[in-house]
Ligand binder design. Structure first.
Ligand SMILES: Cc1cc2nc3c(=O)[nH]c(=O)nc-3n(C[C@H](O)[C@H](O)[C@H](O)COP(=O)(O)OP(=O)(O)OC[C@H]3O[C@@H](n4cnc5c(N)ncnc54)[C@H](O)[C@@H]3O)c2cc1C
Length: 414
């Protein structure tokens, strides 16, 4: 066990998982976030799909699908280990996704099926480890395929050419946040510093010093022997301040989604992912509510700067300007209604936006875009300073666990 201190920058899902994982090794953790509480930014404003890798079938190396699969199978077991909770995953799971292959798919259905077969093979191998499960389930098959068979709610006008029911689901982000938040705030070795903005990190003789300020201008300096940067939108800026440069091309995208009540006649709609390309998703929570995001109308910002524009911050805190909100609502419901008649009748309750970071330079309609790949996500280590690119919500527990394993082995060898 260690008696050292770790400062974790950012209390999104990544920072919270890191704090929980490393506190179990005996580290005292200081967790800093500029928001008033944990997991209020991107980790609250996304679709909540725990990816099995199927969306990333356009990575010919298959490294992204396999990373997602590995992360998905560790997601629930790791959270259970850290929280000590028997979590009722069944209450958190959405209706499973059907992958609806569109006529304009970047990959032909036969190629998609080939890649899904590889994911299934990898799943069957990983499943031999009895500790692993997918949100409480250990399905035999991740997907099935009856050629030409479509869910009865889908319009049969030739736009959807195949439908592949899968075991993939999304989770209720608010409920999972509560589970993690409770454990975080109960842990005596974790201190939280909310409403503190991280300005910079510098190396000192004894480790590191993190400079922060509060909204009322109060500056502070916190010290520790290790630092873990999980800032997502501000990660690269802080890395650069610290001295880590990258010339790799990156993209931040501001993307919205809407929450709506489904019309009663569509209550039994499967969750749907339209593949493969700039299309969209519908998550049916099984209780009459759906999260919907149609890429062409919901993707509203593109930045290749070191950090996304400060104007996006307002969307991160849950505010969507009225004009944008009504445009997104109208265009998205029209697009979905053309595929699933009746969706135009949804009653929209709220919109939320968040930022997606990834390496790359062209958007997803480009079959060669790096945005189809996320395998470069994960931990980079710089002699006691760690920076984590979460990649996806799905990956956060796995990356936190990998970091804890690395710290554990350094304690053993020290
Ligand atoms: C619309 C949308 C849909 C998505 N859908 C999915 C999905 O279905 N499945 C999936 O796996 N992933 C999805 N993602 C990606 C996923 O949401 C992110 O990968 C994940 O939430 C990132 O977690 P994080 O903890 O790194 O970032 P965050 O949750 O953003 O946490 C970072 C924290 O750092 C804080 N912070 C930032 N800068 C500073 C600073 N200078 N000082 C102090 N604090 C600071 C922020 O307040 C924030 O709390 C989606 C993303 C979006 C936007």
């Amino acid at each position: 066990m260690s008696n050292e201190q770790v400062i974790v920058l950012g209390a999104g899902i990544q920072g919270v998982c890191v704090a929980l994982a490393v506190s179990r090794l005996g580290y005292a953790v200081k967790l800093i976030d500029r928001a008033p509480d944990c997991m209020l930014r991107t980790s609250r404003r996304n679709e909540g799909k725990i990816h099995l890798g199927l969306v990333y079938a356009n990575d010919p190396s298959m490294r992204t699908p396999l990373l997602m699969l590995e992360a998905a199978l560790h997601f629930a077991p790791l959270i259970e280990e850290w929280t000590g909770n028997e979590i009722d995953w069944g209450a958190l799971r959405s209706r499973p996704f059907t992958y609806a292959v569109l006529r304009h798919s970047l990959l032909h259905p036969d190629v998609l099926i080939e890649r899904y077969v590889q994911i299934q093979q990898a799943f069957s191998e990983r499943k031999r480890d009895r500790r692993l499960h997918y949100l409480g389930l250990r399905p035999k098959e991740l997907w099935t395929h009856q050629p030409g068979e479509l869910p009865n709610q889908i319009l049969r006008n030739g736009d959807v050419v195949e439908a592949i029911p899968t075991a993939e689901v999304a989770i209720n982000l608010i409920a999972l946040r509560e589970v993690l938040r409770r454990s975080l705030h109960r842990c005596p070795s974790i201190s939280t510093f909310y409403r503190h903005t991280v300005d910079s990190v510098r190396r000192t003789a004894g480790g590191f010093e993190v400079a922060t300020h509060t909204a009322d201008g109060k500056e502070s300096r916190l010290g520790a022997s290790l630092v873990v940067n999980c800032l997502w939108t501000d990660r690269l800026r802080v890395d650069r301040e610290f001295g880590i440069e990258t010339d790799r091309r990156r993209v931040y995208r501001l993307k919205y989604g809407l929450w709506a009540d489904l019309p009663a006649e569509l209550n039994d709609l499967p969750s749907l992912t339209f593949v493969l390309g700039p299309f969209g998703d519908i998550v049916n929570d099984g209780l009459g509510k759906a999260y919907m995001s149609w890429y062409p109308s919901c993707m509203r910002g593109w930045s290749t700067d070191l950090s996304p524009p400060s104007e996006w911050e307002v969307a991160h805190s849950g505010v969507v300007p009225g004009q944008i909100a009504s445009e997104i609502e109208q265009l998205s419901l029209e697009a979905f209604d053309a595929l699933v008649p009746g969706l135009r009748q949804c009653r929209v309750r709220k919109l939320s936006g968040g930022t997606i970071f990834c390496w790359g330079r062209t958007d997803i309609e480009d079959p060669k875009s790096e945005l189809h790949e996320r395998h470069a996500a994960g931990i980079s280590a710089h002699d006691g300073y760690y920076s984590i690119d979460t990649g996806k919500y799905t990956c956060a527990p796995l990356f936190a666990h990998r970091l804890a394993q690395e710290l554990k082995s350094s304690i053993v060898t020290a």
